[in-house]
Design a protein around this ligand. Structure first.
Ligand SMILES: [Zn+2]
Ligand SMILES: [Zn+2]
Length: 101
């Protein structure tokens, strides 16, 4: 888990989260494009349907694909994106707790 905080224009200092650039560009304002998320290793991460198709059989995206297509956003921005995709804050907090224990 990364302890470094990032500065978000809208939310101030927050923990970072990672999303694919397609989600970053479209959510929460545009039509849903899929929201596949996890909190493995303690970092929140989400990607769209197209990116999910790039994942290998074990569900992981190749490192270079990740580096090219993912951006850092703040945790609260992630929560807002998740909310419009029917993922509740409660679910996210549970996943964070599970990852931390
Ligand atoms: Zn994507
Ligand atoms: Zn934010």
């Amino acid at each position: 888990m990364s302890d470094d905080l990032i500065e978000c224009e809208g939310h101030g200092q927050q923990r970072p989260a990672f999303v694919c650039q397609h989600l970053a560009e479209t959510q929460p304002d545009d039509e849903p494009i899929g929201f596949h998320w996890n909190c493995e290793g303690g970092d929140l991460l989400a990607n769209c349907d197209d990116c999910e198709a790039e994942a290998s059989d074990d569900g992981f995206l190749p490192d270079d694909y990740f580096e090219e297509n993912f951006v850092v956003i703040c945790r609260m921005c992630f929560v807002e994106m998740a909310a419009v995709n029917d993922v509740s804050l409660q679910e996210i907090e549970q996943a964070e707790k599970a990852a931390a224990s």
